[in-house]
Design a binder for this molecule. Structure first.
Ligand code: RIB
Ligand code: CA
Length: 312
């Protein structure tokens, strides 16, 4: 089977790191050719440092490229204070500083353009979409080289960063607007989908029970993640980025719906909201497939198996 080329754009925090492990260890149809970092969960320096630390800890040797330090049209909106220093730095036992892994000399947008110039690429994005938007603004012709654009962001219901907007789209709504207009096959994994995938103390304990130093570190990060606000039950958090990654590994666990998706750019209370019209094509021409139903417990079970193996 011919493997497809995959590009991973992230703002590493904990769930981006888990998404990376899922695509590397379970998305068997794909070869990961590049990882790019963006400002989001934390500053660009910290999301890049986190990506290097996680890559070194798990023996990942895929090239890592630094991307955008700010969104297209607003000041950066990190959630470092919510997540703890650097989004992964002051949690329990942090991932050790990267001793050998370094970022590539070329920037993320240049590297992504080069990848797209040499053939079709599937893109998985789990942070604000600034890098993707800048690449498309510089080279709109390369939209046809994007075989699939899969992203964690938005919501068909409520937000998490605000009542209306999910964090990734809130952090850079103009970039999502560029992506939605580019003519790529877009597949959106919003909070309505990720909230169907619950992670809790059971998974934390199962990882810690492996007993290795890496298991201890990852379990500490699960424990810290469980304090976040996106509760799906009083003791369980929504597992955001790995839900989008799981779609590349196990698409049979998902039901997708065609929709017209627009992102609100000017609403005083709704900026960053994704407005999804499912009455297509009667009411509007579709521009995306939106994750609607997820076999969430099975996704969690399989993601846990990936994590247990990764820390063993
Ligand atoms: O709203 C969830 C998203 O915001 C996830 O990608 C998480 O990593 C944060 O970036
Ligand atoms: Ca993320």
């Amino acid at each position: 089977m011919q493997h497809k080329r995959l590009w991973f754009d992230c703002d590493t925090g904990f769930d981006d790191a888990v998404a990376l492990l899922v695509i590397l260890r379970a998305a068997s149809e794909y070869d990961l050719v590049g990882i790019s970092t963006v400002c989001g969960n934390a500053t660009l320096d910290n999301t890049t440092t986190n990506t290097l630390r996680v890559s070194e800890a798990f023996g990942i040797d895929i090239p890592i490229y630094r991307g955008a330090a700010k969104p297209l049209a607003q000041e950066s909106q990190t959630i470092e204070e919510l997540l703890g220093g650097g989004a992964m730095g002051t949690i329990g036992k942090p991932f050790p500083p990267a001793a050998t892994r370094r970022v590539e000399a070329v920037d993320a947008v240049t590297a992504l353009i080069q990848a797209l110039e040499t053939g079709p690429v599937t893109i998985l994005a789990t942070g604000p979409l600034t890098n993707i938007a800048v690449a498309l603004l510089l080279r709109p012709d390369l939209a046809t080289a994007v075989e699939r654009f899969v992203f964690m962001g938005g919501s068909t219901t409520t937000g998490n960063h605000t009542a209306a907007a999910e964090f990734n789209t809130y952090a850079d709504p103009e970039s999502l607007d560029v992506v939605l207009r580019a003519g790529m096959p877009v597949e959106m994994f919003g909070l309505n989908a990720t909230r169907q995938v619950p992670i809790g103390v059971e998974e934390e304990d199962a990882i810690r029970a492996v007993g290795t130093p890496l298991a201890e570190i990852l379990a500490d990060h699960v424990g810290y993640y469980l304090r976040m606000v996106d509760k799906v039950t009083p003791k369980q958090m929504a597992l955001h980025d790995p839900t989008a990654a799981a779609y590349l590994a196990w698409p049979e666990l998902f039901e997708m719906q065609d929709a017209r998706v627009d992102v609100e750019l000017t609403g005083r209370h709704t900026r960053g909201e994704t407005v999804c019209e499912f009455r297509v094509p009667r009411k509007a021409q579709p521009n995306a497939r939106v994750a609607a139903t997820v076999a969430g417990n099975e996704v969690m079970r399989r993601v846990l198996a990936v994590l247990v193996e990764a820390v063993s």
